[in-house]
Design a protein around this ligand. Structure first.
Ligand SMILES: [Zn+2]
Length: 499
């Protein structure tokens, strides 16, 4: 009989705490919907007390995403638990996740409370949360550095108080696989009422051991893993969902009778979406979903794979959703072929969106001979995620070179008016951004600027993502074009439009 591992995704909570990865309400909802398609069991959508924006985002996910349990995080405080409940109650399957630190270091320096007080507070918080919501998870924060006997007593007390899931976090990514396995085994062997709860784990990656520690815990009885897409999260991040899922799936000889409910063919798409919306790129050599994960460079390897794939490949690229890049469309492709291809790629657009996307496609097909699936996805993503444009690019002109001062002239449309400005800068992109600032009155600083090519070839689409900070708000923007200056302008304008 197969035992199922509950996949608890915290991309929208812990992942969003990655420095610089903040998401707005719509972006969170878009990711949550994709997580539901991916087949995760629980979505931790945020930390509702932390800000009104996060409260609204969790509420929005709870109301609009069907299938997974929707969970909100709370400290062991009445106001936190109330906020978490009010945010998730619109879901058909709400959960509150309460946490309280139990290690000597945290109790002494952070909470300034003794063991007995912590024990009472943990039990009280779970009881109170349970009076509001049927499904309660409790985490003794910094569990891996908590004195073992005390950890067992806390776990016993919160289960008695009504917690159906006890999550054992390696909060600071300090543990190692053998040690972490023994912590989980110790809980199984020593907590009398452990049979009434699911053991969960939440491992950080500070020593690069997040996935290893999680898997060691699974082999010792943990049945829920907390993880994130692309391994996002505080500091060095969390255990990555795609690595855990594919390790369990690939090594059925080791993880005997254990499986997850993840539709692995959606992994690559989910990874791309999260990377795009958070502005956090995925390194090419990242396991499972990096662009080089299935690329064989050495001649001997290529030869082997051509003769028999399993010589050097332990998973098939298509199992994680990599599709070979087909040349699908060109300048002469019609609307029907275009719509058909989008449907195959999983997009469900209304007529107006198709019209706009088809217009962008024609413009790109004019500049670029072959339009690949990745190009189409970029065009459509731009169309779908576009927020109302206050400022719209009409024209731009740049002069640049090693003998001239880079200069840009920009024309934008604002409420049916055309507005122009010129500026010089350190380079053409800088000059464009300064000209845009003049027109829009934006006073901000550019925190991050990244450019990547969507496909290969000299005529590839360039995709630019930027982050700007203005008045203590950080917003991101993206833009794509075969001209990287135009892509840079579009990305900057989409961020400015958010401000
Ligand atoms: Zn964490």
């Amino acid at each position: 009989m197969s035992e199922k591992i509950i996949v608890f995704d915290t991309t929208l909570r812990d992942g969003e705490q990655s420095p610089g990865a903040s998401l707005n309400i719509n972006e969170k909802l878009e990711i949550a919907k994709q997580l539901a398609i991916l087949g995760v069991d629980v979505i931790e959508a945020g930390f509702p007390i932390s800000s009104p924006g996060d409260f609204e985002a969790v509420k929005n996910v709870a109301k609009n995403v069907k299938g997974p349990i929707i969970c909100g995080l709370a400290r062991a405080l009445e106001k936190d638990i109330d906020a978490a409940y009010n945010a998730v109650k619109g879901s058909g399957r709400p959960r509150i996740h309460v946490f309280l630190a139990t290690s000597n270091i945290h109790m002494k320096y952070k909470l300034k409370k003794a063991e007995d007080e912590i024990l009472k507070l943990a039990a009280w918080a779970v009881k109170y949360a349970k009076s509001r919501c049927g499904d309660i998870e409790f985490s003794p924060e910094d569990a891996s550095r908590t004195e073992r006997d005390f950890l067992h007593r806390v776990v016993e007390a919160v289960i008695a108080a009504g917690a159906a899931t006890v999550n054992i976090p390696d909060t600071v990514g300090y543990s190692t696989p053998f040690e972490f396995a023994s912590i989980i085994k110790g809980i199984k062997d020593n907590v009398p009422n452990i049979g009434k709860a699911v053991i969960s784990v939440h491992c950080h990656n500070d020593l690069g051991l997040g996935v290893s520690n999680s898997l060691a815990a699974v082999l010792n009885g943990a049945r829920q893993v907390e993880c994130t897409i692309n391994g996002l999260g505080e500091r060095a991040g969390n255990a990555s969902l795609e690595e855990i899922v594919m390790a369990i799936r690939t090594r059925t000889d080791i993880f005997k009778g254990i499986s997850t409910g993840i539709n692995t063919k959606e992994l690559y798409k989910t990874s791309r979406l999260v990377s795009k919306l958070t502005g956090m790129p995925v390194q090419p050599n990242k396991a499972i979903i990096g662009s080089n994960a299935f690329a064989h460079e050495a001649g001997i390897h290529q030869d082997g794979v051509l003769k028999e794939r399993i010589t050097y490949e332990i998973m098939r690229p298509e199992d994680v959703g990599f599709e070979s890049s087909n040349i699908v469309l060109g300048k002469h492709s019609g609307r029907h072929a275009f719509t058909e291809r989008l449907r195959k790629l999983g997009f469900n657009l209304n007529k107006e969106q198709i019209d706009k996307a088809f217009g962008s496609f024609k413009a790109i097909a004019d500049k670029k001979k072959e339009v690949f699936d990745e190009d189409l996805e970029t065009i459509v993503d731009e169309e779908i995620s576009k927020i109302p444009e206050k400022f719209h690019l009409l024209h731009f002109y740049i002069a640049s070179g090693d003998q001239v001062k880079p200069t840009a002239k920009i024309s934008l449309k604002f409420e049916a008016k055309e507005m122009d400005a010129s500026s010089t800068g350190d380079g053409p992109v800088d000059a464009c951004y300064k000209a845009i600032d003049k027109i829009t009155g934006t006073k901000g600083s550019l925190l991050d600027y990244q450019i990547r090519s969507v496909t290969s070839g000299k005529d590839a689409l360039g995709e630019v993502s930027v982050k700007i900070e203005s008045k203590a708000r950080i917003v991101s923007g993206r833009g794509a074009s075969t001209d990287i200056i135009e892509a840079s302008i579009k990305a900057y304008l989409s961020a400015v439009n958010k401000l």
